[in-house]
Design a binder for this molecule. Structure first.
Ligand SMILES: *[C@@H]1O[C@H](CO)[C@@H](O)[C@H](O)[C@H]1NC(C)=O
Ligand SMILES: *[C@@H]1O[C@H](CO)[C@@H](O)[C@H](O)[C@H]1NC(C)=O
Ligand SMILES: *[C@@H]1O[C@H](CO)[C@@H](O)[C@H](O)[C@H]1NC(C)=O
Ligand SMILES: *[C@@H]1O[C@H](CO)[C@@H](O)[C@H](O)[C@H]1NC(C)=O
Ligand SMILES: *[C@@H]1O[C@H](CO)[C@@H](O)[C@H](O)[C@H]1NC(C)=O
Length: 531
């Protein structure tokens, strides 16, 4: 009887052991928009693997629908502003960037960016206040004893929260401008001689003047980042920590950086052991289309279809731009599925259908798809690589120009300028990509690189999150560079010491020579005298 019970409890233990050892408790700070779509794929996988996942979201989040039942749970905290405030700031900036920035001077653009960045940071610090000064929330979070924090740095103060809760944390990001966060806070090396700064259009092969431009761009980004942090975020962080600190010091404690690209996209460059490249983790094989859509796709015959989307953030275009695009789409033999929620352009041709929403991944994976016209968001870009569909890029803002330029440089895309393009430019772009086989061949090469990995990107991402939970961090992957000052990092102190020694040796040698020479002179002189 006793042994029976013992056996049973042992069996239970083993069972629980198998299922429960790795089951952890994750706190998530979501990004917004496409960042959230990417991150929730990771969360769904974590839930699938029996981890408990809590998404900490502010009441004004524009894209996280926290009333929707999900496999993971939401913890909502109230902020003193509305969803609308965030959205209008966004819209205001987008409109400026897309339509007005072309005609504005550098100074005007700079001032606008400064203004928007200022308002954004103010809202962000508001959100931080709403977390850190909410005692009930802080107590609850402490009680829940998380094993790891997963955060998008778009979400402010997530690193500070991980620090306050004393929990290891993992960052998920695409990139920051000039790679400032990665370089300054993550310590990833970016030699300006062969790593182009993200918004520039260069490849890893740069001429002398391009290298000068690249070098100066890194310097400008670094200065801008340092000044911006110094004036706002560092002050706030120091206030919360109760001692002088910086964003980089806290963010630099991250155990793992999950970067949303891979070597199908990046130029080869140095990276650190705690940087993991997981681009395309959200990609999946295509599912069947709805009957109506499939019928439309099949009606294209041998010409095939073109998929068109400028992403979810561009709700409407100006009449003029809408008509230019619609006219262009009417001139190609393919059928076009266009995701667009604005007013229907007058010049819309019968081969084009407009949809409020399209199953983009399923369409890109359809054998009839010949090309993808895109704003170049990272999610869409990776779906395109995954399914091997060449692209026509119309980049608008953020990481999009950089994305499209990479694809163009790798021979898998044509880029057109949203504001300057005529219908002919778009038609020419589409015809090249569809009829010149080199684009398809380049994209298929990238696709093969993407699929031929030791582990699927989603598995890599989840593995490292689980690793951090199992091992209470991954500090063994963090380089000591975090502890060095800039002159130690570049070995300037060593160089100075060595130079001093060399200089001393030279000086001593010269002095000795002169001394000997004088002695000799004196001797010969005195000898001459005696002679
Ligand atoms: C998760 O838990 C369920 C039920 O307890 C179990 O059937 C399943 O195998 C577990 N999954 C993993 C990945 O451990
Ligand atoms: C959020 O989800 C709920 C429940 O599924 C749904 O009723 C609501 O329309 C959604 N809100 C938005 C803005 O999508
Ligand atoms: C920009 O300038 C050009 C030429 O000066 C003008 O035709 C165009 O309308 C301007 N665009 C905007 C959005 O002001
Ligand atoms: C988009 O639509 C909104 C509301 O209908 C309007 O206020 C705005 O000016 C439109 N934007 C463009 C670029 O047409
Ligand atoms: C940095 O220096 C501190 C104190 O000298 C030490 O405790 C720590 O282990 C060092 N390394 C890192 C990576 O922080």
């Amino acid at each position: 009887m006793v042994s029976g019970r013992l056996l049973m409890s042992m069996a239970l233990l083993i069972l629980c052991g198998c299922q429960g050892t790795h089951s952890g408790n994750v706190l998530v700070f979501p990004g917004e928009f496409s960042h959230w779509l990417n991150m929730r794929v990771i969360l769904e996988e974590l839930v699938e693997r029996n981890h408990s996942v809590t998404v900490l979201v502010c009441s004004a989040s524009p894209s996280v629908n926290y009333t929707k039942p999900e496999g993971f749970s939401f913890k909502v905290y109230n902020v003193p502003f509305e969803r609308h405030d965030l959205e209008s700031l966004q819209e205001d900036f987008l409109n400026f960037w897309i339509y007005e920035a072309q005609n504005a001077s550098m100074l005007q653009v700079g001032l606008k960016i400064r203004e928007v960045l200022g308002s954004m940071t103010a809202l962000h610090l508001n959100m931080c206040d709403a977390m850190f000064h909410n005692k009930e929330l802080m107590d609850t979070l402490r009680q829940w004893e998380f094993d790891a924090v997963l955060s998008d740095p778009m979400m402010p103060c997530s690193d500070l929260m991980a620090d306050a809760l004393n929990v290891p944390f993992i960052i998920s990001l695409r990139f920051t401008f000039g790679m400032t966060m990665e370089r300054h806070c993550g310590q990833i090396p970016a030699p300006p001689s062969f790593v182009p700064a993200p918004p520039l259009t260069y490849t890893d092969q740069m001429s002398f003047f391009e290298r000068v431009h690249n070098f100066v761009t890194y310097m400008i980004h670094s200065s801008f980042f340092s000044i911006h942090c110094l004036q706002t975020i560092d002050k706030y962080y120091s206030g919360i920590k109760g001692r002088p600190t910086t964003l980089c010091e806290i963010l630099g404690k991250a155990d793992i950086w999950l970067i949303r690209t891979y070597w199908d996209f990046e130029y080869p460059r140095p990276f650190l052991p705690n940087f993991k490249f997981v681009g395309g983790l959200h990609c999946k094989p295509a599912k069947l289309l709805s009957k109506a859509m499939e019928d439309f796709v099949q009606s294209s015959g041998d010409d095939g279809i073109v998929v068109f989307s400028l992403g979810s953030m561009i709700k409407n275009l100006t009449k003029e731009r809408g008509n230019t695009i619609a006219t262009a789409l009417g001139q190609i033999p393919q059928k076009v599925l266009w995701r667009y929620s604005g007013e229907k352009p007058e010049t819309l041709a019968p081969n084009t259908r407009v949809y409020e929403w399209i199953p983009q991944n399923d369409l890109l994976g359809h054998p009839k798809t010949k090309a993808f016209v895109t704003h170049g968001g990272t999610n869409g870009l990776y779906e395109s690589i995954y399914h091997g569909v060449p692209m026509v890029g119309i980049p608008l803002f953020a990481d999009q120009p950089d994305n499209i330029i990479h694809m163009k440089n790798k021979g898998a895309a044509v880029m057109v300028d949203f504001n300057k393009m005529t219908s002919k430019d778009l038609v020419d772009g589409l015809n090249s990509v569809i009829n010149d086989p080199s684009y398809k061949a380049s994209m298929m090469r990238l696709s093969r690189i993407h699929h031929d990995q030791p582990m699927k990107p989603l598995d890599t991402a989840v593995f490292w999150i689980e690793f951090v939970m199992r091992n209470k961090g991954a500090k063994h992957l963090r380089v000591e560079a975090h502890n060095l000052s800039w002159y130690q990092y570049h070995s300037l102190d060593v160089a100075a010491a060595l130079l001093t020694i060399v200089a001393l040796v030279i000086v001593v040698s010269i002095k000795t020579c002169i001394f000997c020479f004088r002695k000799c002179c004196k001797k010969t002189k005195s000898r001459q005298k005696t002679e």
